[in-house]
Design a protein around this ligand. Structure first.
Ligand SMILES: Nc1ncnc2c1ncn2[C@@H]1O[C@H](COP(=O)(O)OP(=O)(O)OP(=O)(O)O)[C@@H](O)[C@H]1O
Ligand SMILES: [Mg+2]
Length: 354
């Protein structure tokens, strides 16, 4: 990561993790928002409990910071199960997964974050584990190769990913429950902030909470992070009470605008508009011009810009939409910039044809 972003929903330092832990809901009842997801999970969990079985494998996908990890913990808590955690990039060889799987106890939950980054060999090893609660382990190689079949305890796999599109069809098909997490509404973010303020015993004006929820990019992690910055500011510069004016000042210092866009979002838009004439521009080219990681742009920056209708993704690349021009105080082009082919030059008196 080239620089720290307050908006970045993915990076976390240890102090932030502690803060996060304190604010994380433990039960489904404590969870805010995500009503449809919560309702479906509630049914699945209740049914599994009645049958005294582990719940089906669950795939949670959606942009960073919307509550995938939180939900995995909540599910484990609701099922009274132990949660084991790992991640796609940490499981480099089948042996890594083998160790974890054979140590699972009846009804344990295995949470695999960034599951789209599981190497193929590990992924294939996972199939029989998910389907039949067994693993086929090959010992030796060549003519001495033998496959040993090892039974496992029934368990639940919860996979989380920011890139549902990068999960192979066979892996995806083995998840009985698949849920997409959406960006949160302002109302839910405000509720989340009020809850966090209560837990942290902060005195916050409702107006300040509303402002922060508008500037949180639909993401509870961002909301909680902003609240922390504002709290620090209130403690150092004022008497600790978080007023609307104070929240405004703190946001200004963080260079976050009224839509929650931060400097990287604005640089992204400005680059797309000025350097690439509004696009279409390929993601690699944009990443190179911005000196940013392609993954950061795709996972963190773009989902929200797409959601608010500032950018469109076309086959030929990214295109800036009129709202993005206006936000930067620029005049949107008269014709839509999303051209799939080079257009013929306009006739002399183009206005006749508009
Ligand atoms: N349902 C909820 N109610 C209240 N707060 C929540 C809820 N879901 C998430 N949060 C808060 O949002 C923050 C981010 O959630 P979480 O870490 O689960 O996101 P994530 O989707 O796992 O993100 P990533 O993809 O980066 O791993 C946490 O601080 C958590 O407290
Ligand atoms: Mg997570």
């Amino acid at each position: 990561m080239a620089r720290e972003r307050i908006i970045d929903a993915s990076s976390q330092d240890p102090e932030e993790r502690r803060y996060d832990l304190a604010l994380r809901p433990e039960t489904l009842d404590e969870c805010i928002g995500q009503e449809k997801v919560i309702a479906k999970l509630r049914i699945a969990l209740t049914a599994a409990k009645q049958r005294a079985e582990p719940v089906e494998h669950i795939l949670l996908h959606g942009p960073p910071g919307l509550g995938k990890t939180t939900l995995a913990h909540v599910i484990a808590h609701e099922m009274g199960a132990r949660l084991r955690t790992s991640s796609g990039p940490a499981l480099t060889r089948p042996g890594d997964l083998m160790g974890i799987l054979t140590n699972l106890q009846q009804a344990d939950i295995l949470f695999v974050d960034e599951i789209h980054r599981l190497p193929t060999v590990v992924e294939e090893f996972m199939y029989p584990a998910m389907e039949d609660f067994q693993v086929d382990f090959t010992v030796d190689s060549g003519v001495h190769a033998k496959t040993i079949n090892i039974p496992l305890q029934p368990f639940t796999l919860i996979g989380a990913t920011t890139r549902a599109g990068m999960i192979s069809a066979p892996l995806r098909a083995r998840f009985g429950i698949q849920q997409h997490l959406e960006f949160w509404s302002q109302d839910h973010l405000a509720q989340c902030l009020a809850r966090s303020a209560r837990i942290l015993a902060l005195a916050v004006e409702t107006e300040a909470l509303n402002l922060l929820s508008r500037c949180s990019r639909g993401t509870p992690r961002v909301a909680n992070r902003l609240l922390r910055r504002v709290r620090d500011y209130a403690q150092v510069r004022a008497d600790g009470r978080i007023t609307r004016a104070l929240a405004e000042k703190a946001l200004r210092i963080e260079e976050i605008d009224e839509l929650g866009l931060d400097p990287l979002d604005r640089t992204y838009l400005r680059t797309l508009i000025a350097t690439y004439q509004g696009g279409p521009a390929g993601i690699e080219a944009l990443a190179a011009t911005l000196g940013e990681d392609r993954d950061t742009l795709e996972d963190v920056v773009e989902p929200y810009l797409l959601q608010i209708g500032f950018v469109a993704r076309t086959r030929n690349g990214r295109t800036a939409l009129a709202a993005a021009y206006r936000q930067l105080g620029l005049q949107p082009p008269a014709a839509p910039p999303a051209r799939t082919e080079r257009q013929p030059d306009p006739p002399e008196d183009a206005s006749l044809f508009e």
